[in-house]
Design a protein around this ligand. Structure first.
Ligand code: 3PG
Length: 411
């Protein structure tokens, strides 16, 4: 889809531009939505032919992605509610906001460890259930409180699976609470490794970590590869009566295997932010209704971050924090910009640049990045733009989408 928009580019005079249309599919913090300048962006729940969507947990698998859509912005981390493969094949860039709600989720995991250790939930329910008044009420409280006694988390061992934004923060805070912490993450990023406390020990193996941890907390995204990651085989390694904390996604754990382990007491407690009807009333399960990121701060952080990433993408084609296309961005330069998505196969760049040369267009700067089977190109060009160039580039086999972004006003 072709857009004529002047965004973060050098000149602002005499350029005709369309207004980008952003459709929200969940309640998104107003602080984030206010980031969009209203002369260039229209933002609404009800919008025809949107250029981009902003969603939280809305299930996009359930509906067709309109052909007008260039980008999907997930104000949050998880992308399992988005048909990512389908989007990728169509050149639709899917963004998320890694880290923006990590603190909120981490705080809830800490709460999860505390409620697993001390029956605070049962105690509160007991206190509320008392019908007595005055002194009798207090006597009953004191008489029964020992039923709800528990343990401290200080000195216990926490095994963290996945040391991304949330896992790394949790590991560090658990150290500060006096816990022994081990982390397991074969794909840890340099950025997150740098931020880890030296007291967070790397697990020598997942099995060993599971065998020796009092608490195991999962922080991996749900993808086809991680589905049922924690299955019966791995659960068998757990310490007898160990606690599993799942604030990632329900599909990460094999539900039937978990239920068996809860029934036998192999798993002492299962604390999750993803309730499921088969486990909700199990005595060893505490379910929270997906409240991990539901704080004002996290909602604002995610909304502001996704708004800015989408604006940068729509106005200048730059990509930051996409789950399906590579990070790729540069300052706008030249007369106009072409952004191209294509299959990551040989001679794509050669064919595109040859075609531009045949059209007497000079590439001032360009960037080409790839991610798995797909690639993204930004080309800043000097010369006169002709709409026909878009159609010509599109005809090259392997090209998925082409977008024109004016940099200088067209005479
Ligand atoms: C996430 O994936 O970021 C969290 O699970 C929060 O999801 P939510 O934005 O739907 O609350």
């Amino acid at each position: 889809m072709e857009k004529e928009v002047l965004g973060k580019v050098p000149s602002t005079e005499n350029v005709s531009f369309n207004v980008f249309k952003i459709q929200t599919k969940n309640k998104i913090s107003v602080k984030g939505l206010n980031e969009f300048p209203r002369d260039t962006f229209e933002v609404s729940t009800d919008i025809k032919e949107p250029d981009a969507l902003i969603i939280r947990s809305f299930d996009l698998h359930k509906e067709a992605i309109a052909s007008s859509i260039l980008a999907v912005g997930r104000a949050g981390a998880g992308g399992n509610n988005i048909p990512i493969e389908k989007c990728t094949k169509r050149g639709v860039v899917v963004f998320n906001t890694p880290g923006a709600n990590a603190n909120a989720v981490k705080e809830l995991v800490l709460l999860g460890m505390l409620v697993a250790s001390r029956d605070v939930v049962g105690g509160i329910e007991f206190a509320k259930s008392l019908k007595l008044k005055g002194a009798g009420f207090h006597t009953e409280i004191e008489k029964n409180k020992s039923k709800f006694a528990g343990n401290e988390i200080k000195g216990k061992k926490l095994g963290v699976i996945g040391l991304g934004a949330i896992g790394a923060m949790l590991a560090n805070d658990a150290v500060n609470l006096g816990m022994k912490v081990e982390g397991y993450d074969p794909f840890i990023s340099v950025h997150h490794a740098w931020g880890l406390s030296r007291d967070v020990k790397p697990a020598s193996s997942l099995e060993k970590m599971l065998k020796t941890s009092d608490f195991v907390s999962l922080h991996v995204p749900l993808t086809p590869k991680t589905k049922n990651f924690l299955n019966g085989e791995k659960i068998a390694y757990l310490k007898e009566g160990g606690v599993i904390l799942n604030f990632s996604r329900d599909g990460i754990i094999h539900e039937e295997d978990l239920l068996k382990a809860l029934d036998t007491g192999k798993v002492g407690k299962y604390i999750t932010d993803f309730p499921c009807s088969d486990l909700i009333n199990h005595e060893r399960v505490i379910s929270i209704p997906h409240l991990g990121a539901s704080t004002k701060e996290a909602e604002e952080n995610c909304a502001v971050m996704i708004a800015n990433q989408l604006m940068d993408f729509l106005l200048s084609g730059n990509i930051k924090n996409s789950v399906n296309y590579p990070d790729c961005g540069m300052e706008c330069n030249g007369d106009f910009r072409l952004v191209v998505t294509n299959r990551n196969v040989p001679s794509m760049v050669g064919q595109i640049t040859t075609l531009l040369a045949q059209e007497k267009l000079n590439i001032l700067e360009m960037m080409n990045k790839s991610k798995d089977d797909f690639a993204y190109n930004i080309m800043d060009i000097t010369g006169t733009y002709d709409k026909k160039i878009i159609d010509k580039v599109k005809k090259i086999e392997g090209v998925i989408s082409v977008r024109y972004i004016p940099i200088k006003p067209v005479a």
